[in-house]
Design a protein around this ligand. Sequence first.
Ligand code: FMN
Length: 186
Amino acid sequence: MPASTTLYVVVCAAGPAGRVDRLIRPAQARGWRVQVIATPAAVDFFDTGAVEELTGRPVRSQHRGPGTPRSPKADAVVVAPASFNTINKLAAGIADNYALDVLNETIGLGVPVTILPFVNSAYAGRAPFRRSVAVLQEEGVRVLLGVGGFLPHPAGQGTEAFERFPWETSLESVEERIGGFGNGAA
Ligand SMILES: Cc1cc2nc3c(=O)[nH]c(=O)nc-3n(C[C@H](O)[C@H](O)[C@H](O)COP(=O)(O)O)c2cc1C
């Protein structure tokens, strides 16, 4: 894999966000440069300083100020954990924060985007959510929901589900789509 291959990891304000290093570390080990983007609500869900130290890059949650360098362009994007809120807004084309802006644009550009939700079964069963997932899939976004991906937990049992959150399935998903590197393949 070229040294410049960049993975955007978009973090939402959902339960396992504090363990995003479980995605960052294996991605780095497989040769990705990782740029973390957080929704405004997500910055309170994880230690942004620790993540900046790990990635060597600022965590972006807002648009750039004048004179601030651009982030490297994304070769692939993972949204994990993806919240009910962000999934629904993204499917509707809403871009009212930096993370959503980036996601709307990268989908439009045809960059591979994989979404790994973390929602309880009450959220997952809502008709708007099911429609949002279908809309995103129609656009070519992979939503790892169900067997082989994220299985919604009963409401109130999110903490127990943190440990089972399948971070690495999202990495495998984007790697499949950009040509099969990873696992030492390239
Ligand atoms: C402690 C706490 C835990 C939450 N966990 C989840 C969750 O696991 N999944 C989810 O979809 N929303 C969860 N929420 C609700 C979201 O944080 C809320 O909908 C927020 O607006 C999402 O913002 P974002 O999509 O911009 O990140 C949680 C909220 C709090 C306060």
